[in-house]
Design a protein around this ligand. Structure first.
Ligand code: DSN
Length: 413
């Protein structure tokens, strides 16, 4: 970054400090990952200069002959990676991909069922502070109090009673495998449409480590930067009959010019996700989180829902007498980055919480394996048990820096 270092030392220094942070800390935010050098190069390319409102072959600007090729590649690769009938790669974010899905499938005021935020849904699945909860009549569903797994019989009852136009199968803090076929049968039983928001697990689905919603859902949305390891952005897959509606919901209804640098970087990420290496990566993520979950539960922490089938685990920190917020701070002081997270039926407010969400996708991108999860479980437990001892946390942080230095950082090495 020789140009930037000379023209804008302040931003240059932020990037340098962030590089150091991403190398030294253990990034365990479940929604984060390290994009490859090729994805980063494409995201930072001159494709950012081009306006291209419209879709390939039907643009409102001249000079789109090159970005038509990259957008078509992104569409075709997305379809082939996920075995989908149609794809749209223009949504700037997961929230916007979901907004376009609602616009394509519902009218304002329609009834939609979504997982409540405090049981692991997303803001766009009906939260009152989000456009979704303001524009539509959302009816929340949740998990079973005992098992902390999705409660399908309750979901069926809510669907029977409310006759929704749409049911959303999507989660940001649900560690277990999702039975999309079951969602589809409930949606069919009440004549509802089905939207799957696979943002968290799309990399696992691409690699074969989690069942796919594509055969069942009318529309599937995803971010591209979580387990899928692409650039920050989103995609949508849909049945052919929703292609036109979804495309016009994104443009011109919701967005203007698409970000062609990001779309091309999505194409690069989709190609990477088609490799055997990525398949192995996706299975390793799950092995790592299962192993970590086992180690933490053997040593005094309670794992919500009894474990994990994915890249994430939800940990009840009250088992060690800590709020999620205290746990997050103690771990950060040790150089381990997680986020506090409400757990099902949490008595604490969202800024406090009784748990933390831990993800293994980013560390698996650094080639960490089960034996490394064992070391990390020791760092985590020691930090939580000594949360009131800043000196000890600082000594763990030094160990974490030395440990992290042994692993590659995609995009930086
Ligand atoms: N905010 C993201 C997460 O961390 O799960 C979801 O969009």
């Amino acid at each position: 970054m020789t140009n930037l270092s000379q023209s804008d030392s302040e931003i240059y220094s932020v990037i340098e400090r962030e590089k150091k942070r991403q190398k030294e800390q253990l990034v365990m935010i479940a929604s984060e990952n390290y994009a490859s050098s090729s994805v980063l190069e494409t995201t930072g390319s001159i494709l950012t200069n081009k306006y291209s409102e419209g879709y390939p072959g039907k643009r409102y600007y001249a000079g789109c002959e090159n970005v038509d090729i990259s957008e078509n590649l992104a569409i075709e690769r997305a379809k082939s990676l996920f075995n989908a009938e149609s794809a749209n790669v223009q949504a700037h974010s997961g929230s916007q991909a979901n907004m376009a899905a609602f616009f394509a499938m519902c009218n304002p005021g329609d009834t939609i069922m979504g997982m409540s935020l405090d049981h692991g849904g997303h803001l766009t699945h009906g939260s009152k502070v989000n456009f979704s909860g303001k524009l539509y009549n959302f009816i929340p569903f949740g998990v079973d109090r005992e098992t902390e797994a999705l409660d399908f019989s309750n979901l069926q009852e809510i669907a029977d009673k409310n006759k929704p136009r749409l049911i959303i199968a999507g989660f940001t803090a649900y560690p277990l495998s999702v039975d999309f076929e079951k969602f589809k049968s409930i949606a069919d039983s009440v004549d509802a449409l089905l939207l799957a928001d696979m943002a968290h697990i799309s990399g696992l689905i691409a690699g074969g480590a989690h069942p796919s919603p594509v055969p069942y859902a009318d529309i599937v949305t995803s971010t591209t930067h979580k387990t899928l390891r692409g650039p920050r952005g989103a995609l949508a897959l849909m049945k052919k009959n929703f292609e036109k509606k979804y495309n016009s919901a994104v443009f011109p209804n919701m967005q203007g010019g698409p970000m062609q640098n990001s779309i091309a970087a999505k194409a690069v990420a989709f190609k990477e996700a088609m490799t055997k290496e990525f398949q192995d990566y996706s299975f390793q993520i799950v092995k790592n989180s299962k192993f970590l979950s086992k180690k933490l539960s053997e040593n005094g922490l309670r794992i919500v829902a009894g474990g994990t089938d994915t890249h994430m685990l939800l940990v009840d920190t009250k088992a060690l007498g800590l709020t999620g917020s205290n746990a997050e701070s103690a771990l950060l002081a040790s150089g381990i980055v997680v986020n506090k997270n409400s757990i099902p039926f949490d008595n604490e407010p969202p800024m406090v919480t009784s748990g933390i969400r831990i993800g293994t996708a980013a560390l698996t991108s650094r080639n960490m394996r089960e034996k490394d999860m064992e070391t990390i479980s020791e760092f985590i437990l020691e930090s939580l048990k000594n949360h009131n001892n800043p000196k000890l946390l600082e000594s763990i942080r030094e160990k974490v820096v030395n440990f992290s230095a042994k692993f590659i950082v995609p995009g930086l090495d």
